[in-house]
Ligand binder design. Structure first.
Ligand SMILES: Cc1ncc(COP(=O)(O)O)c(C=O)c1O
Length: 395
């Protein structure tokens, strides 16, 4: 069965679907002729079993309160076990509306006001906002690059900051958005050992875990040891893999009862009680009937990554794409063009007519980069790259 069996090449018109990516140009002060490859939302339709499950629920016509059953948590655990070799105890799982909401609840529950929360940068920009918005102290650990240009953790600096800032929590992006690293078991072991020895709880955001390429292997943080399991909380969701962020369902895997109860109590205090009935239906269909679709999707996106890499190497060698080990969000270094922040923004928006996430919004180390979203039909990606080429060559 090839990727095309599911027709990922098909270009859909997503306008007038209430899509943040396609229907909010004016509100976001962008011009309507820009091609959007910014937010991590795919231009592929969700797989048929999800659409069928939603129709079945809709046809019943009742949308009252629902809550999850043990069986629903087992579905999550079975999926994680099948795909990543580690299925948490279903009782360790709690549902939340989104990973960002859940991270916020975890930060509030597990660190007091003023206490320090460490993140790497560049990183998915809401991490910094979450920490600041709830008045915890933000500690930034810049990612380092080794001799091959690969992004790595500076463990000495990490430990120094943890000690000096009395860090309580470390929000780890694994796999990493935007630098595309799939942290190896050895790397996670080192991070985890440092955190364990200084009483730092790891909040592992594993939302991109299904997008792994070549011989890279995703290691769930909690799978490494029982100690790590107890000293961490992991976050996942069907929203990225199945393109269903609008259905608002995510999972928290909290293996330590005290931490789990603290997160649950905090989220109850903030008024969150029941999961959405449509999200639950979709989640169950996603995690039980779509494995073949996920395999084909990941193959297709990997094809896009290699297409983009060859395109840039041949036609725009002055741009350096960081080879992604995972995620669908390639990180491209434009610093070879020696443009100021304003000039680069002008190039992408006004000349290339592309709506991307500019690197600087990801924090320290992001200047001069642009993040592309390649979870789109090849034709859309080709158009984006040709627009990039035209603009760069017109400089
Ligand atoms: C690392 C990471 N975490 C969380 C999210 C958002 O997840 P949610 O919509 O469930 O809050 C994203 C979306 O891009 C992401 O890249």
């Amino acid at each position: 069965m090839t990727a095309n069996h599911f027709d990922f090449d098909k270009v859909y018109d997503r306008k007038n679907t209430n899509s943040l990516k396609w229907d909010f140009f004016k509100e976001r002060k962008r011009s309507a002729d820009e091609l959007p490859l910014w937010v991590a939302d795919m231009d592929f339709r969700s797989p048929d079993p999800i659409i069928a499950a939603l129709k079945e629920t809709a046809d019943k016509g009742f949308f009252g309160y629902t809550v999850e059953k043990y069986e629903d948590k087992r579905i999550v655990s079975d999926y994680l076990k099948r795909r990543h070799g580690f299925g948490p105890d279903p009782d360790d799982i709690i549902f939340q509306p989104s990973v960002c909401f859940a991270l916020t609840m975890a930060v509030v529950a597990l660190a007091k006001e003023g206490e320090a929360v460490l993140i790497n940068q560049p990183v998915y920009y809401p991490f910094a906002n979450i920490v600041r918005d709830v008045n915890r102290k933000l500690v930034i650990n810049p990612l380092a690059r080794n001799a091959d240009g690969k992004y790595v953790i500076d463990y000495d600096l990490l430990e120094k900051q943890i000690i000096e800032e009395k860090v309580k929590l470390y929000i780890l992006c694994s796999p990493h958005n935007p630098v595309g690293r799939v942290w190896t078991k050895e790397e996670l072991q080192k991070i985890g050992d440092i955190c364990l020895s200084h009483g730092v709880t790891v909040l592992a955001d594993e939302i991109h875990a299904d997008f792994i390429y070549e011989d890279n292997v995703f290691t769930p943080f909690a799978s490494i040891s029982e100690e790590f399991e107890k000293n961490s909380v992991s976050f996942t969701s069907p929203s990225k893999t199945f393109n269903m962020a609008g259905l608002q369902i995510a999972e928290v895997l909290a293996h330590d009862e005290k931490k789990r109860k603290a997160i649950e109590n905090t989220s109850n205090t903030y008024g969150y009680a029941e999961i959405p009935i449509m999200g639950l239906s979709a989640m169950k269909a996603a995690y039980t009937g779509c494995d073949e679709w996920v395999d084909a999707l990941v193959d297709y996106i990997y094809g896009n990554i290699t297409y983009m890499e060859s395109f840039l190497k041949e036609r725009l060698p002055m741009l350096k794409m960081v080879h992604p080990e995972g995620t669908y969000l390639p990180w491209v270094d434009f610093s070879g063009l020696s443009l100021s922040k304003g000039e680069l923004e002008d190039l992408m928006r006004n000349k290339a007519k592309l709506w991307l996430d500019a690197g600087y919004i990801f924090g320290v180390g992001g200047d001069g980069f642009e993040r592309y979203n390649v979870a789109c039909p090849r034709e859309t990606l080709k158009e984006a790259l040709e627009r990039t080429e035209k603009a760069v060559k017109g400089l």
